[in-house]
Every structure is written in C-alpha cells, then in structure tokens.
Design a protein around this ligand. Sequence first.
Ligand code: SAM
Length: 301
Amino acid sequence: MVCSILKKNSSIWVKYSVKVPAEFVEPVVRMFSKFLTNNVYVEQIGDPEDSSVELNTLVSGFILKKDDNSVLKSNLMSGLSLFSGVFNISEINTEEINSDIWEKQRFEPIEIDNIQVLPSINHKLKKGFLGIVIEPSMAFGTGHHPTTKMCISLIKEFVKEDSKILDLGCGSGILGIAAIKLGAKNCLSLDIEDESVKATLKNSIDSQVDGISSEKQDLIKSLDVNFKPDIIIANLNSYLFKAGIENIINCMKQETIMIASGILIENYNEIKNIFVQNNLKEIKKMENGDWTAVVLRNESA
Ligand SMILES: C[S@@+](CC[C@H](N)C(=O)[O-])C[C@H]1O[C@@H](n2cnc3c(N)ncnc32)[C@H](O)[C@@H]1O
C-alpha cells in the first residue's frame, strides 16, 4: 500500500522505529497504527529462535514529512514511555527517507510452518508457501506473537478438509484465514472490537480467501452462532476463558475441537480445571516462552 502511494511522486517521508521483544509487538503496532494508519510495518531482526537477542523485532511507522511533526512524535514518545514501564523497548529512532530509497527497502514476511504472513499485497509469495496478507493495524494479530504462532501450527495439525471453524477473538483475522488456506470450509470470526471485524474482512479479501464472515460479538455476554463448529480457535486470555466458558461450550457439539491459546503457563493449572469441569479433554499441549496452548475435545454427550 505504502509502496504504491510512494511510487507516484518522489517525496520525503519520516520513519519512526523502535525495537521491541516479539512478545510485545502487538501493543506497539496498535499504538503506531493509531497515529500512522496503514503505514506500519513489523520486521524480525536476526534469528527468531535466538533468545539471547531480546529486542528482536523492529516496528516502523511512516508519515509524509510536514513542516511540523512534533505533536505526532510527542504522542508516540508518550505511548512508548508508558510501555517502557512494562517491557524493555529501545529509544525511538527518527529518520527522513526519500520515497525512491523507500522503494528499495524490504519488509520481510514472517514464516510459520508453510505459511508466509505478508504485510501487504505488494509482497511476492515464496514458492511452496501459502500466503496470508495481514496489514498491521489496530487489530491484534500480526503473526509475531508466540500465542498466534502456536495456534497456526495447531490449526495445521487439526484442520480437516471441510472443517467448519469458529474463531473467537479474531483480531486481524489471521487464524481463520490460515484455517481456510489450510483446507477448512468456512469460518465465522468474532471479536468485541469493530476494528477487528473490519481488519478481518479486509485481510481475507487481500488474502484471496472465500468463506470468512466476521461479526462483532462479546463472548462474555453471549454468543450468537447458528452452526456447530468442528473446530473453535480461541487465542484469548485466562480471564476470557473463565468468564466465557459457558457461552463457548454452548456453541459446541460432541467432539468439537478447541484450540485454546493465550494462557500464561503460571495460570494453566487453574484454567485446566475449568476445562476439565466442562468435559473438555486435553489432547495436546504446547508451550512457547511464557505461554501455553492446548487442544481440547468436547467429550460431553
Ligand atoms: C490475543 S488477541 C488474538 C487475535 C488473533 N486471533 C491472533 O491470534 O493473533 C485476542 C482478541 O480477543 C478480542 N476480545 C477481547 N475480549 C473479547 C470479548 N469479550 N469477546 C470477543 N472478543 C474479545 C480482542 O479484541 C483481541 O482481538
């Protein structure tokens, strides 16, 4: 998107960038997207498996140079200063870039198994990979977070041709789109945020998938789902599993599989009890960093 804007006229842009741990990319992308809509990119720096490099992800945002960008910069600095109380983050780097030079810059897609997450439709898909276009936005789900990555691996393992999917807390839509690319028939993607519904629909069009519908629903209040999914994908958090479990269970049929992620390892025993009490049998468990993801099967008759 940015490349095509810039191609028309040579112009000067200001690039703001910060280095963050991959686990905290999402809040920084959200904050950058608030001020630099549609012009935010995320890049992995070095080997993602090398845990000795903590600040291993670069979040960059671009804006056309104006006489005075000081208010924007001050807003970004205030946001980053709040984040720095919670996690490690580099100083903000500011650079002026000519659009001609920009065009030569590359933003590498990220790879999860045989899926490439591309930050715009202008990227060329690597041979042998399935492509998902996720433009960084206010919606969670760039693919950099360990909880999202684990879900994609588990979707790949459990999705069957013609599976009907319910994606709870869809964010950018990444997991439902991945499920369809991997063979699922259709997916209802729900989220409490308007931004997520919008992003899911846009990203599914950009990714050229059919069969995704998206709605705003609050899974804690109620879930209005008029089919029984084969697979529920739920990359949420411990609180949402506790508060929403009854509504989630009501959507299931016997043997519905749920891929549940976003649970901190330290909270897992508590959440596991809730799953057991609701006849959800754990059939696979994964961990990545501080996070647990599990696959559960509904065993109630
Ligand atoms: C961790 S993000 C997951 C996003 C995406 N599925 C992924 O895996 O990258 C959790 C999502 O749940 C959504 N959410 C939070 N509370 C919710 C609720 N009560 N009902 C539905 N969605 C909710 C958030 O807006 C957010 O998009």
